[in-house]
Design a protein around this ligand. Structure first.
Ligand SMILES: Cc1cc2nc3c(=O)[nH]c(=O)nc-3n(C[C@H](O)[C@H](O)[C@H](O)COP(=O)(O)OP(=O)(O)OC[C@H]3O[C@@H](n4cnc5c(N)ncnc54)[C@H](O)[C@@H]3O)c2cc1C
Length: 395
């Protein structure tokens, strides 16, 4: 018998007694979603095999800084990770202050008593989120097969292959610098259309990028402007820079499982449509999917992800719709709202509540995204990428 503490999100923990089931769990993709699933399943007695198509984890990242956000739940993300069996032993830095600029370059300081986000590094270098998740998975007994592209899961399993198309892109530089630690954000269509430009500095390393939700063809122009802007406003000093870039997708799938195949992380479309923060969704959805397999109940995954993410994701779709329409002057009001609030984190959290008025706007907002909001194809064995899929998404 195995005693297992379940992540329920309802304020108390649920103890489940399970017969140890030695059935194998197969996972496609060793990103945060796949590895979180692997750690949960392996720690609960399953034999877990993860197929990763690249030669190591974190292949699509380059040492760039990302934020583990703290605003989609009142529970601190690091505590939440510990509660599901992932120790935050990777390099992590809490940020309670954000320096925000509007399109006119006016500066506002946004502060919180709690970390607004935790800075983490991505890639395969020691200390990154990805390499630490890999170490914890290996320590739990997970077998990771690298250079193994997994196209089908005939016996069922978890699909954690990351994004399949680009709804948002971020391009920038990772670099060395002598700047002091700080986080800067600029909201301006001239720097990052309908998105945000950011500069993150920690312990002599930096990441500067433009994260845009439209007009991808002019990415180079936006990046050049972003660098110029932060040089002027924040004293950006770049040494030994390397280019990086990547994309993300978001959708609200009608279903994230088909029979015994469960989709997690960005593979399922789980992502914050407003700001493109997908890490928390990836880690938690991986954990929830593994839990449902442990309970021999893939259907319960459907209930679990809806309970945890559906309201948040619908809210983020409405936020994106309103934000996208508001233009530079709307972004400027957004910054003033955060900066004038008593606590920036509390202010942002409120924007993610799926309130009644948002449910009225949601049908209009979702229509703007069209079919793509209905999600990725989850046909077993489907290997189409970049939105060329001809399969119907599940009703
Ligand atoms: C530039 C950039 C900046 C970002 N910044 C932030 C941020 O600050 N905060 C935040 O929360 N989110 C951020 N995101 C989003 C975040 O990185 C993703 O949401 C998160 O990595 C999704 O995790 P995942 O495990 O679902 O997918 P991934 O991290 O993409 O992992 C998927 C893995 O599956 C592997 N794979 C793919 N296909 C196969 C196959 N057929 N067989 C085997 N393996 C396969 C891939 O090689 C990869 O290792 C950012 C994204 C980008 C691109």
């Amino acid at each position: 018998m195995l005693e297992r503490e379940c992540f329920s999100g309802c304020g108390h923990s649920r103890l489940v007694l399970n017969m140890v089931n030695q059935t194998s769990v197969v996972i496609a993709g060793a990103g945060p979603a796949g590895l979180a699933a692997a750690i949960t399943a392996a720690k609960n007695g399953r034999h877990v095999t993860v197929h990763e198509r690249h030669s190591d984890v974190g292949y699509r990242f380059h040492g760039d800084f990302q934020g583990l956000e703290n605003w989609t739940s009142t529970e601190d993300i690091l505590e939440q990770m510990s509660a599901i069996g992932i120790e935050p032993e990777f390099e992590v830095a809490p940020f309670k202050e954000l320096v925000c600029y509007n399109h006119m370059g006016q500066e506002h300081i946004c502060q919180s008593s709690q970390p607004i986000f935790y800075l983490v590094r991505r890639g395969n270098a020691p200390g990154t989120l990805d390499s630490e998740l890999k170490e914890q998975a290996l320590a739990a007994g997970v077998e990771i097969i690298f250079n193994s592209s997994c196209r089908e899961l005939p016996e069922g399993g978890i699909v954690a292959q990351g994004p399949h198309r680009a709804d948002v892109i971020a391009i920038g530089y990772v670099f060395r610098t002598d700047m002091a630690d700080a986080a800067f954000v600029a909201l301006s269509d001239q720097l990052a259309p309908q998105g945000y430009a950011y500069l993150l500095v920690h312990k002599g390393l930096g990441t500067v990028a433009s994260c845009m939700f439209t007009d991808f063809h002019n990415e180079r122009i936006y990046l050049d402007r972003t660098v110029g802007f932060f040089q002027k406003k924040a004293g950006l000093a770049i040494h030994n820079e390397r280019r990086f870039g990547g994309s993300g997708n978001f959708s609200i799938p009608p279903s994230a499982h088909k029979k015994n195949i469960l989709h997690v992380g960005e593979s399922a479309g789980f992502q914050d449509a407003f700001a493109g923060f997908g890490l928390r969704y990836a880690i938690l959805s991986g954990h929830l999917a593994a839990e449902s397999l442990l309970d021999n109940s893939p259907e319960s995954y459907e209930v679990a992800w809806r309970k945890h993410f559906l309201g948040l994701m619908k809210s983020s779709v409405v936020n994106r719709y309103l934000y996208g329409m508001s233009g530079n002057s709307g972004y400027a009001r957004f910054i003033i709202g955060i900066a004038n609030s008593k606590d920036a984190l509390v202010w942002i959290r409120r924007r993610y509540k799926y309130k009644f008025w948002k449910s009225i706007i949601y049908p209009f907002a979702s229509r703007r995204f069209g079919k793509r909001l209905r999600g990725m194809c989850i046909e077993p064995g489907c290997n189409c990428t970049w939105c060329r899929c001809q399969h119907e998404v599940l009703k």
